[in-house]
Ligand binder design. Structure first.
Ligand code: PHE
Length: 339
């Protein structure tokens, strides 16, 4: 009997070792450990054995039973793949680890932060303001009355349930807000998102970013404005960038300018982005209009200042050689991962 059990054990372990799929293994489990299995039969019939045989056979049969159970469960563990995550012998600690992907800054944010750096070093404070703005701060306080044609060039999104409120068309909405709050002298920049009712194309978006600058003090001149703009461009592009001023009309400055920057995509030689002129229109600027100073509670005879506003998208396009403004909000990782 003892011989028979040992043989049974060897045969069972051999067959179990050879099984490659779970089904095979389950069949063997039934064959050896099932209710009709040989080993179960032996254990069940122990009582019929001779008295001195009983303990010996019983002990061995039980040992063999647990050995087979162990072999079955070990193999089950492997075949069901559990060992791959939990079994220590599957963990190859020499494999390179899995890197967690970390995000990074959006190109607009990078440019914005560099600008903040440049301006805070020149003593400007950084102020953010509301994107949903009253028509007063967005237009009227800036010398753009309701009937003024400039409203048409800055058509935007009016709020249905909030008459008199608009999605701001420019960060100039912050000028009078800041003057009311901080008075003069004042040096501040206002970065932020702005909105226009535009048909989109490679150069136009309904939602984009501006950075506005405002400096109020005594005897501020256009020379101060140009010096600050030059310092800013040098901070961003790390070299002197030629600029030119053209007269430009904005109701909240007098005189007003459009500031063009040498096209850095073609180094001024002319390309499709600069429409072959070698210059890119990037900044609106001028000396703060007396009516705006007055709206901010200042005496225009005593105080003067300059203001400028520029599109951060366009600046980022120049810096990185991006030719389609729509990419910024596309959420396309192929684009975003390049920065
Ligand atoms: N707000 C103007 C625009 O939307 C830019 C500007 C700002 C012009 C300040 C002059 C002074 O383009």
């Amino acid at each position: 009997m003892l011989e028979k059990i040992k043989k049974l054990k060897n045969q069972a372990l051999k067959e179990i070792k050879k099984s490659k799929v779970l089904k095979e293994l389950q069949a063997l489990e039934t064959k050896y450990l099932g209710r009709k299995g040989e080993l179960t039969g032996i254990l069940r019939n122990l009582k019929d054995l001779a008295k001195e045989q009983k303990p010996l056979v019983g002990k061995l049969a039980n040992e063999v039973k647990s050995e087979i159970e162990q072999a079955v469960s070990d193999l089950k563990f492997e075949l069901t793949g559990q060992g791959k995550t939990e079994g220590e012998h599957f963990l190859d600690i020499t494999l390179p680890g899995q890197k967690a992907e970390t995000g990074h800054l959006h190109p607009i944010t990078i440019v914005k932060q560099q600008l903040m750096d440049v301006f805070t070093k020149m003593g400007f404070m950084v102020i953010e303001g509301p994107e949903l703005e009253s028509e007063y701060y967005n237009f009227e306080a800036l010398n753009i009355p309701a009937t003024h044609p400039a409203r048409d060039t800055m058509d935007t999104f009016y709020i249905k349930d909030k008459p008199g409120w608009v999605m701001r068309t420019h960060t100039s909405n912050q000028q009078v807000r800041a003057l009311e709050k901080y008075g003069a002298p004042l040096r501040a920049v206002f970065p932020g998102r702005v909105f226009r009712y535009e048909a989109t194309d490679a150069a136009h978006e309904t939602t984009f970013y501006h950075l506005e600058g405002l400096m109020i003090d005594k005897n501020i001149s256009i020379a101060n404005l140009i010096a600050v703009l030059r310092a800013m461009l040098k901070g961003i592009f790390k070299r002197d960038v030629p600029v030119r001023l053209r007269p430009g009309y904005f109701p909240f400055v007098e005189p007003g300018f459009e500031v063009d920057v040498t096209c850095l995509l073609c180094q001024g030689r002319g390309c499709p982005v600069c429409k072959h002129s070698g210059w890119v229109e990037m900044i609106g600027a001028g000396l703060v209009h007396p009516k705006v100073l007055a709206a901010g509670g200042l005496d225009p005879k005593e105080w003067s200042g300059f203001a400028f506003g520029m599109g951060l998208n366009r600046l980022a396009m120049m810096k990185y050689g991006i030719t389609d403004i729509r990419l910024f909000l596309s959420g396309d990782l192929r684009f975003l991962k390049q920065f």
